[in-house]
Design a protein around this ligand. Structure first.
Ligand SMILES: Cc1cc2nc3c(=O)[nH]c(=O)nc-3n(C[C@H](O)[C@H](O)[C@H](O)COP(=O)(O)OP(=O)(O)OC[C@H]3O[C@@H](n4cnc5c(N)ncnc54)[C@H](O)[C@@H]3O)c2cc1C
Length: 467
């Protein structure tokens, strides 16, 4: 079969949230042409395979690509997110990215979209339908928008053995069940497991019919503190101030987390259990209340096998039965791995440069690519923020975040870009508070200003004491 060659200024591998946000900003801030390759049939990456009841856990207002709103900036009038910014469903996110691709990217004439193509490191793409191969050549740079290596239950089978006859499904199957079960066993401790627990309860499942295998407990972010509307200034920017005050006054790591919890900046499902995990999961008070209704929680480490009548874990065995449905939520989400430089000559590897903000980060990296010259300068502007996994990562993320924010605020072009960026909730809020001062806003900004330097210094000390 003849092999074609396709050429563009940038070849972007991955049309997930990160590749889409990067391409969108490059389209706005440059005249470059792009080839966008993905092995999936639609843009949106992992969202295409997510369970049907998935939603964003942070506001839609700050998710997606910079140029186009996701959702309508509404405040949810009812439900578990009542009073807070709307959270797009998985279906809404996929439809949104599809519209961005077909109403903005492709009609621009500067983006060639190659879905259902595997990109190989030899620079060839192979069609998953026809097997046709084509060479894709980047005149300027290859953008690897696959670094996050997202793992979800629908695409990543469990790492434990499942005996024949045992019913063990990804949460995707739950909406299609047609028979009752004696009970449900949720396997996993992350956001997918939390969503599954809350969804089962919302459907009327008795909490005592749910067993929740949680190898680790997590610190969770309070959704009220990440609201981007100006009316939430006291919650959102007040949380920044309170975080730095807690850091400044902390006498130890344990004391820091106690202070963060007392200020309701971090939450946990069970106040009696010390969390050993932190992965940026965001919850509302109502969701937390729901999860606390489940009291059959198994903390015996990871599952190694699900057999017909028992589940074998690292530290013990519990009974189960063929009449139980086991729901696998054990996939790693976004696995932790060492950061690499973002700008690497002919290659760009977008990573998170603001905590828990993958699409903002990708847009910012694209803006730097379009407006600065020289990898050293670009890399200096965006040190990757570590992927979150354990509680100490909360400290590491704060420090990396603060370092990047400090640098960005010193440059007029970046400041202007941040103030206008839809994906940046916070810069615009702070500038508006300065432009429309009130005593309450001034007090919060003053507290933040006073606490930030000693707070960050204390976080550094605590981290080095922790080794
Ligand atoms: C359940 C869940 C909820 C989340 N909620 C939020 C939230 O509320 N707010 C928030 O900010 N973030 C949230 N995130 C994280 C965030 O949305 C992004 O999902 C994350 O950064 C991953 O996006 P991505 O584009 O890097 O990866 P992916 O979505 O995995 O996309 C990567 C794409 O690259 C393609 N690809 C990989 N290798 C190749 C190859 N060799 N050839 C061709 N194509 C390839 C894949 O097919 C895939 O489509 C959530 C994540 C999960 C899992």
């Amino acid at each position: 079969m003849a092999e074609r060659t396709l050429e563009a200024d940038y070849v972007i591998v991955g049309a997930g949230a990160v590749g889409m946000a990067f391409a969108d900003t490059l389209l706005t801030d440059s005249t470059a042409s792009m080839i966008l390759v993905d092995r999936r049939h639609k843009p949106g990456g992992h969202w295409n395979d997510a369970y049907p009841f998935v939603r964003l856990h942070g506001p839609s207002a700050n998710y997606g690509v910079n140029s186009r709103k996701l959702g309508s900036d509404a405040i949810d009038p009812s439900g578990l997110n009542q009073g807070l910014h709307e959270l797009a469903t998985g279906a809404e996110i996929c439809a949104y990215f599809d519209r961005v691709m077909h109403q903005r990217f492709v009609p621009s004439g500067r983006v060639t979209y190659l879905p259902l193509r595997d990109f190989g490191e030899d620079g060839f793409v192979t069609s998953r339908l026809t097997g046709e191969r084509a060479q894709v050549r980047a005149r300027r740079k290859l953008v690897d928008a696959t670094f996050s290596d997202t793992r979800i239950p629908a695409t990543h089978p469990p790492g434990y053995a499942v005996a024949d006859g045992v019913r063990c499904v990804a949460p995707n199957a739950l909406a299609h069940l047609s028979e009752p079960f004696a009970g449900f066993v949720i396997i996993g401790a992350g956001k997918t497991a939390m969503d599954t627990a809350v969804w089962l309860l919302e459907q009327g499942v008795d909490p005592d019919a749910i067993t929740w295998i949680r190898p680790r407990d997590a610190w969770l972010l309070n959704r009220r503190n990440v609201q981007p509307r100006f009316e939430f200034f006291a919650d959102t920017i007040g949380a920044f101030a309170a975080e730095m005050e807690a850091a400044r006054d902390a006498t130890s790591i344990d004391d820091l987390f106690a202070r963060l919890e007392a200020a309701q900046l971090l939450r946990r499902i069970d106040p009696a259990v010390a969390p050993t995990m932190y992965r940026c999961a965001i919850v509302s008070d109502a969701e937390l209340e729901q999860m606390r209704r489940i009291t059959r929680v198994v903390r015996l480490g990871r599952v190694s096998a699900v057999e017909a009548d028992r589940i074998v874990l690292e530290q013990g065995v519990i009974p189960t039965s063929p009449q139980h449905l086991h729901i696998d939520c054990s996939a790693d989400g976004i696995p932790k791995k060492p950061a690499v430089p973002i700008f690497q000559g002919a290659r760009i590897v977008p990573q998170i440069v603001r905590r828990c903000s993958p699409t903002f980060s990708a847009a910012l990296v694209a803006h730097l690519e379009a407006t600065l010259s020289g990898d050293a300068e670009k890399n200096a502007f965006c040190v990757p923020v570590p992927v979150a996994d354990e509680p100490l990562d909360w400290l590491r993320m704060q420090l990396a975040d603060a370092r990047n924010n400090r640098l960005w605020s010193q440059f007029a072009d970046l400041r202007r870009w941040l103030f206008r960026a839809r994906l940046d909730a916070f810069s615009g809020m702070i500038s508006r508070a300065n432009a429309e001062p009130t005593a309450a806003r001034a007090e919060i900004l003053e507290r933040y200003g006073l606490a930030i330097k000693p707070g960050l210094a204390r976080l550094s000390e605590l981290l080095s004491q922790a080794g």
